[in-house]
Write a protein that binds this ligand. Structure first.
Ligand code: AMP
Ligand code: MN
Ligand code: MN
Ligand code: MN
Length: 278
């Protein structure tokens, strides 16, 4: 398949991206993406706009989602590709995650209040186009605007990660539930940016084994979160565990993302891409 450019992970204003779904698709098309999946956090409300925009531009569109999961005491992300956004099991699962996410947002606001940063929940809400999806990114954008730190990245470092005043431990979906919802809707489950989790090798192997045994099928290899040496590291693990390989920028917006849509290197030839039978 010459000239195919798959980008199977990115975010719109339906979660914590900076571009509306149609704007995101326009940018992807301009960058030469031939197949795009929109994978907003815990929400599928951007998919219909994105699909219509993609059809108008001749871009193949894949319905996706990125589900927040707690596993082994850490947060991991599971991407669902080719999901049916109308599926009842998926919809109610994502709704339960969004409800708990909203409660967490309240707690983050209170924690920041107690740390001398008032009104941050209202501030975060102003940055969230989808009122049902408040993410730490929205808090970070507000705190950066309020001058608490020079940019979003340093807001995370000083306020929003474990050990910092605005961090609130949270129980997300279970791995089995997230994979189950994705599969129930006809989708394929893919582990997002495995290199971000800081898992030592034995724990990473346990995670991959449990994911595969729960019905998970894919592993992101080429992602904006990985350094080139991690492409090699996770390609090896994908082969060993019999997982399909995925590629996605995890683009959120200009200035907030390491990789632009469609701009990362291709998957190496000896991997089976998640799209091999599409
Ligand atoms: P949440 O799901 O609300 O906990 O927010 C997670 C999102 O925050 C991720 O999807 C990223 O978009 C963003 N994020 C997490 N860590 C960082 C960081 N260190 N710098 C910038 N953005 C981050
Ligand atoms: Mn995000
Ligand atoms: Mn993620
Ligand atoms: Mn993402």
């Amino acid at each position: 398949m010459p000239h195919m450019n798959f980008d199977l992970h990115c975010h719109s204003t339906a979660s914590d991206g900076l571009l509306k779904p149609a704007e995101l698709v326009a940018r992807a098309a301009a960058n030469g993406v031939t197949t795009l999946a929109l994978t907003d956090h815990d929400d599928v409300s951007g998919l219909s706009e994105a699909r219509a925009a993609a059809e108008a531009r001749g871009v193949c569109f894949v319905d996706g989602v990125e589900v927040s999961v707690s596993w082994g005491g850490i947060t991991v992300h599971i991407v669902g590709l080719r999901i049916d956004p109308g599926n009842a099991a998926l919809r109610s699962g994502l709704e339960s995650v969004r409800e708990s996410r909203a409660k967490r947002a309240g707690k983050i606001g209170e924690a920041l209040d107690a740390a001398g940063v008032p009104d941050s929940l209202a501030g975060a809400r102003r940055y969230a186009e989808n009122p049902n999806l408040i993410s730490r990114s929205h808090f970070a954008r507000y705190l950066a605007e309020a001058g608490r730190a020079p940019d979003v990245k340093s807001v995370f470092r000083h306020y929003l990660v474990k050990g910092k005043p605005g961090f609130v431990a949270h129980q997300w979906a279970s791995l089995a539930d997230a994979v189950g919802w994705i599969r129930a809707s006809g989708g394929v489950a893919v582990i997002a940016h495995p290199g971000r989790y800081g898992l030592p090798r034995p724990e990473m192997r346990a995670f991959l084994a449990e994911f595969r045994d729960s019905g998970g099928a894919g592993l992101e290899i080429v992602t904006g979160s990985h350094a080139p040496e991690q492409y090699v590291e996770f390609a090896r693990l994908a082969r060993e565990f019999g997982l399909l390989a995925s590629r996605g920028s995890d683009f959120h917006g200009q200035g907030e993302s390491r990789a632009d849509l469609g701009a990362l290197p291709p998957l190496s030839d000896d991997l089976t891409p998640v799209w091999h039978d599409w």
